[in-house]
Design a protein around this ligand. Structure first.
Ligand code: SF4
Length: 755
């Protein structure tokens, strides 16, 4: 459209002065330049708070600036001077708020007091905390069964809050504990637990100093884990070879200027990151990993001693790899044999390799198979339990891994439930609960009627938006524990409550004084986090306090001393030490500088699988979804813009891709524009097309997206979420792990008449 802002390719390195400018802009935008600057100096510091952004770990040797540009945006948005007051809600009917975009809702500021939905006026009105808890308790007790309630968790929830939350939910009588892991690294957990005996990565930051090759699959660290660029830069400078596989050329994987390097900042310097950059087609990673494994086997670059001592399944895998032809590998990967062999040779030449991956690997139908093939690649050359080597699934939310460790899981182990029941003298429910997809189905068909969310933005983060919104609206009650206004407050049940909580940057004062919480990062480091700013409002409660007061209101006969536990969070940690493996002497160990590491058994070459050995798995290319032809000409992947963290839209720019002031965009190759008679800048509707479980052809459409010519493989498209989550069918998810397959959606484009 004539008035569309221009798209200007970005030719500078990632980071650099633009990162500083953008950070300053974020502080100004939230009107917290001075307060924000002070708060940032405590970010990721030993006595400070853990950045509420991603789960990238902190270095123990702390500089004063242990944060990145997107960490600044996360902190500024939480420390913002803006407030969503009762007057704001009185002025704005929910129907009007629902018409505003996600950026608008986020930009309104911090919630200040508990609010209840008033259907008569279609507005949220103030409610007291006790009345709110009584209302929830009444709704829960009105249910035919505890399994008619769903308790969702976002990955920002602290360990202490998560542990109390799962305890409350299980004392209430259900395991319906879906969480954001279901939508991100669930396939990593399923794949690695079966193969190595643990669902976590085994790598630590120290390994990044000892490896001589780093392979990065389906990840965009420049936007999603920016401080990872610091580790990659150091590795690149000492000659480590970095191999990136991503359909999109991501600036952060190409070149980086470290904002903390005066030489680079004032000398105009930068560091090349990837030594090898390949753009497979969307969904081509299983074929890429298979090709690398094939080369290792066929060139006999296998660590046979390691295999003999620790690994089963070699013969079956080797046979499958030898039987896999290069034609299929080229077709399925979208890369040439030459490229695949070149990458494999980097791996074969490496003494110690780290394999990293993100959502570009997990949000696919065959993601479990792909991750197991990546782990096969590592095991074939003994790249686990060796310094500088191992699997590194890079988690999203700052404590998503910790929440799972604390028991936020719809499929808890019997051992965990045994410990929990013994520690709190009750019989936990044993039947597995709803994961995210099952919870949506249950709310949609009426089997679940109360939805409680500890943080997050369920209505925007989930796939198949129309179906999810209908499911939430069918609930008798929806409750959101939140810091900021978002989509999930305006897509609500017949009754609805908003419970505002403290942020990570704020002082959490309890009877026992200021309290610290703990988090577990992507590399299994558990450390303290203490807020420093006065709360945004006197009416806020901490997450643990919210759970304790809700439990007291809902479970009057509970033998758990809820109020006592939240007077001093050391008491919660003492109970965690009783129940969760690896947390003995928790309070003492977490007070050591930097906290403590939950050691992965693979680092000692121990594999707690049923056989006690690691397992290789063959995954032929022509199995499962790859054999089913896509019913549409394109495959679309949902991505984040640079001014975004999950569904939180900080701004409308995506600097590294040259996009400014736009959200509804669709990246497409110049060849496909020509092939399909389309033009750069043209506006289209995007329609997903798929065969539902009953075989019927189904469609979903999102409207008015601007096409942007971009370096992306033919047949592949990319657009931002949450705007395109509506295209992802609910039953389009990863086999076994049920993670929405948001990175591979069959779609077609329909030109729109010029406005
Ligand atoms: S890398 Fe992640 S955790 Fe670290 S400062 Fe940036 S956003 Fe925060």
């Amino acid at each position: 459209m004539a008035d569309d802002p221009p798209v200007t390719p970005y030719d500078k390195p990632a980071g650099g002065w633009d990162a500083l400018r953008s950070s300053l802009h974020a502080l100004r935008e939230q009107d917290v330049v001075l307060k924000g600057a002070g708060t940032l100096l405590r970010t990721n510091q030993p006595t400070g708070f853990d950045c509420p952004g991603c789960a990238w770990p902190d270095r123990n040797a702390h500089s004063s600036f242990e944060f990145c540009e997107n960490g600044v945006k996360a902190v500024a948005n939480e420390a913002t001077a803006r407030r969503v007051t009762r007057e704001f809600f009185a002025e704005h009917p929910v129907a009007w708020l629902a018409q505003q975009d996600d950026h608008f809702l986020e930009a309104q500021g911090r919630l200040t007091e508990p609010m209840a939905y008033d259907a008569a006026s279609d507005r949220y009105v103030p409610i007291g905390w006790n009345d709110a808890f009584a209302r929830i308790a009444a709704a829960l007790h009105a249910l035919p069964s505890p399994d008619a309630a769903v308790f969702y968790t976002s990955g920002r929830t602290s360990n202490e809050a998560a542990f109390l939350y799962q305890l409350f939910v299980r004392e209430f009588g259900t395991n319906n504990l879906p969480d954001c892991s279901n939508m991100c690294h669930e396939p990593s957990g399923v794949a690695l637990t079966e193969q190595l005996g643990s669902g976590k990565g085994s790598v630590t930051l120290d390994d990044f100093e000892q490896c001589d090759a780093i392979f990065i699959f389906g990840q965009n660290p420049g936007t999603n884990h920016p401080r990872m660029l610091g580790e990659l830069r150091s590795a690149a400078k000492r000659g480590c070879r970095i191999v990136a596989f991503n359909p999109l050329r991501e600036r952060g994987l190409e070149r980086f200027t470290n904002p903390q390097s005066p030489a680079e900042m004032f000398g105009g310097g930068s560091t090349r990151i990837a030594t090898h950059y390949y753009q497979p087609r969307i969904g081509g990673d299983l074929a890429v990993a298979t090709a690398i494994a094939k080369v290792v086997v066929e060139r006999d670059a296998v660590d046979h001693a390691f295999i003999a001592a620790h690994v089963d399944g070699f013969d079956a895998l080797a046979a499958s790899l030898r039987a896999t032809g290069w034609d299929a590998l080229e077709r399925e990967s979208g890369l040439t044999r030459k490229q695949l062999e070149e990458a494999a040779q980097v791996y074969v030449d490496s003494r110690a390799t780290i394999l990293c991956w993100g959502m570009g690997i997990t949000q696919h139908r065959r993601s479990v198979a792909t991750i197991q093939m990546l782990a096969n690649v590592l095991l074939l050359r003994g790249n686990i339990g060796r310094p500088g080597a191992g699997p590194c699934p890079v988690r999203g939310h700052s404590n998503v891994q910790g929440d799972r460790t604390m028991g936020i899981y719809e499929q808890p182990s019997d051992a965990f439930l045994d410990h929990l029941g013994a520690a709190f003298d009750f019989a936990p429910p044993r039947a597995h609960g709803f994961d995210t997809v099952a919870a949506i189905e249950a709310m949609h068909d009426g089997r679940a009627a109360v939805f409680f969310a500890m943080g997050g933005n369920f209505a925007a983060a989930t796939p198949d938006s129309a179906r999810v919104h209908a499911a939430l609206q069918r609930c008798a009650l929806t409750v959101q524990v939140s810091t900021k206004l978002n989509r999930s407050h305006v897509v609500h049940g017949r009754d609805a409550l908003i419970l505002p909580c403290l942020g990570r940057t704020e002082i959490d004062l309890q009877a026992g004084g200021p309290q610290a919480v703990t988090v577990e990062d992507s590399m299994s480091m558990v450390h303290l986090s203490s807020g420093m700013n006065p709360p945004a409002s006197e009416h806020l409660l901490s997450e643990p306090a919210i759970v304790a007061r809700l439990a007291a209101a809902t479970l009057p006969r509970s033998r758990t001393r809820w109020a006592w536990l939240v007077e001093d969070y050391d008491r919660i940690r003492d109970r965690i030490a009783q129940v969760v493996d690896g947390f003995d002497d928790f309070n003492a160990r977490v007070r050591r500088p930097g906290g403590f590491h939950l050691r992965h058994p693979g680092r000692d070459r121990r594999f707690p699988t049923p056989s006690g050995r690691a397992q290789l798995f063959a995954h032929p290319l022509d199995e499962g979804s790859m054999a089913t032809p896509a019913p549409a000409p394109f495959t679309l992947m949902t991505v984040r813009a640079h001014d975004q963290y999950n569904t939180t839209i900080y701004g409308l720019d995506d600097r590294y891709r040259g996009v400014h002031g736009l959200r509804r965009v669709c990246f497409i190759s110049p060849a496909d524009l020509q092939r399909h008679g389309l033009a750069d800048g043209q506006h289209v509707d995007i329609t997903s097309v798929w065969h539902a479980a009953d075989g019927a052809l189904e469609e979903r459409t999102v409207s008015d997206f601007r096409l942007i010519a971009y370096d992306i493989p033919d047949g592949c498209l990319a657009s931002y979420f949450p705007e395109t989550n509506a295209l992802v069918p609910l039953d389009h998810h990863a086999e076994r792990a049920r993670t929405p397959a948001s990175k591979a959606i069959p779609v077609r484009l329909s030109p729109r008449a010029p406005a």
